[in-house]
Design a protein around this ligand. Structure first.
Ligand SMILES: Cc1ncc(COP(=O)(O)O)c(C=O)c1O
Length: 438
């Protein structure tokens, strides 16, 4: 049978993720190209990308080194299974990536997305206790407002109610810590709030109820990202680390957004000086150019698995495309670009101008809170049933700047190659849009 393509370019054949599909077709936002800080529309208009795609294109769009690496890899080895087979690129990338990771996270398990990196971390955590003869440690602890992707594991530990509502029952024996944020005490933070480390005590309180010897892992985003950019209070992550260590519980950082330079260091763990036992990452791992996720694990965890007989499979887990040749090539090229072009250093240098420009919007109409850290920002607007954020974002888009609305909130995460002029344009466009909404 010959399948005829339907003539409509916006065919309903495509079921778009996390999208109001009917509204999209009324006012489609479509791009045909991208370069550096900009997307390109079919009519030729350039749109300044205030979101690095979706928190991922850290070195800017269409990076020539990464594009070339993918092209070369595709011409050389299109695919090889990573189940009992390999290719040199996967080993080279693993070595390069673990060298960039916090000290002690010496091993990496590859997947294809942030969701898979998180689910891999949760499964490794549970399996780790099994191989150590502590199979009773199965409970998982997440946190309110956290986003850990859409797999059943990540959804279960995630803390955004709307995402979970339609899909239960989720994993049992999952508990949540409160979001370590109170606008009355910490409002308008630029960086880590000075108060709020005490929120970590909620973990001790939970463990006083849930026998700690039944808990496998605590997972948090070091900076809550898509839930609204909440920087961690000073001392909070340090205290979580202490409590986990005290009770022999694994600490997992979900660095899918914070990884690869958002805070001016490769990982947020390095910026905060707190080392977890596992890190889930994705997005900037390949600069968004090829789907890939990675779960970094400590030497102690890895070695526990490797202690068994040499002929035994250590972990019954993996994906057809784990360590895909194109993804490894893109990842290696991305790490080289980040390093050789000083992209993390630029993020560090631009963090304060970025924060100042956003915080200057404090007096703009509807603004009730502004939170910034590194090249991440959220502007919380007076609630209007979730419609104010999209209305303001639409106005920004009409003015040629892409920002993301999350309910009555705008979130920002531009590529890390940004310059002061682009920061000013983003902030001015948001101000104009807020004024127009008044
Ligand atoms: C912190 C965090 N974890 C996990 C994910 C899921 O990643 P993916 O959409 O690649 O599955 C995301 C995506 O935005 C994220 O922000």
């Amino acid at each position: 049978m010959t399948v005829q393509p339907r003539p409509n370019a916006l065919s309903e054949s495509y079921w778009m993720p996390f999208t109001a599909a009917r509204a999209f077709r009324e006012a489609p936002m479509m791009f045909v190209g991208a370069e550096g800080m900009h997307y390109l529309e079919s009519g030729g208009r350039r749109v300044l990308d205030g979101m690095a795609g979706l928190w991922c294109v850290n070195a800017g769009h269409g990076h020539p080194r990464i594009t070339e690496a993918i092209r070369t890899a595709a011409g050389q080895l299109d695919f090889v299974s990573s189940f009992r087979m390999g290719h040199p690129g996967a080993f080279a990338f693993a070595e390069r990536l673990t060298a960039a990771a916090p000290e002690g996270l010496d091993h990496v398990f590859f997947s294809n997305s942030g969701s898979e990196a998180v689910d891999s971390a949760l499964k490794i955590a549970r399996a780790y206790y099994r191989v150590r003869g502590e199979g009773g440690r199965t409970k998982l602890v997440g946190r309110a407002k956290s986003y850990h992707g859409v797999g059943f594991g990540g959804l279960s530990v995630g803390g955004i109610g709307r995402h979970k509502r339609d899909f239960g029952p989720l994993l049992p024996d999952v508990y949540h810590l409160p979001l370590p944020y109170d606008p009355a005490r910490m409002g308008f933070p630029n960086g880590r709030p000075a108060v709020g480390a005490d929120y970590a005590e909620s973990l001790e309180a939970l463990l006083a109820v849930q026998d700690p010897s039944t808990v496998a892992a605590v997972i948090v985003e070091p900076v809550t990202g898509s839930g609204g950019v909440y920087p961690p209070p000073q001392g909070y992550l340090e205290r979580l680390r202490e409590i986990c260590t005290k009770h022999g519980i694994l600490l997992i950082f979900d660095e899918v957004i914070t990884g690869f330079g958002r805070l001016g260091t490769c990982f947020a763990s390095q910026a905060f000086g707190v080392t977890p036992d596992l890190i889930a990452c994705a997005k900037g791992l390949t600069n968004g150019a090829v789907p890939m996720g990675a779960t970094l694990v400590s030497a102690g965890i890895y070695e526990a698995f490797m202690a068994g007989p040499p002929e035994a499979v250590q972990l019954f887990h993996g994906y057809t495309y784990s360590g895909h040749p194109l993804a490894c090539a893109a990842g290696l090229a991305a790490l080289e670009a980040y390093e050789q072009e000083g992209i993390f250093a630029n993020a560090a240098a631009m963090a304060e101008p970025f924060a100042q420009a956003l915080h200057a919007l404090r007096d703009a109409p509807h603004v009730v809170d502004i939170r910034t850290i590194g090249i991440l920002g959220a502007i919380e607007l007076a609630p209007r049933g979730g419609t104010r954020g999209p209305a303001v974002a639409d106005r920004c888009f009409a003015a040629g700047v892409l920002v993301r609305a999350a309910g009555d909130m705008l979130v920002l995460s531009p590529p890390l190659i940004l310059a002061p002029a682009e920061i000013d344009r983003i902030a001015q466009t948001i101000r104009d849009a807020l004024l127009a909404e008044a």
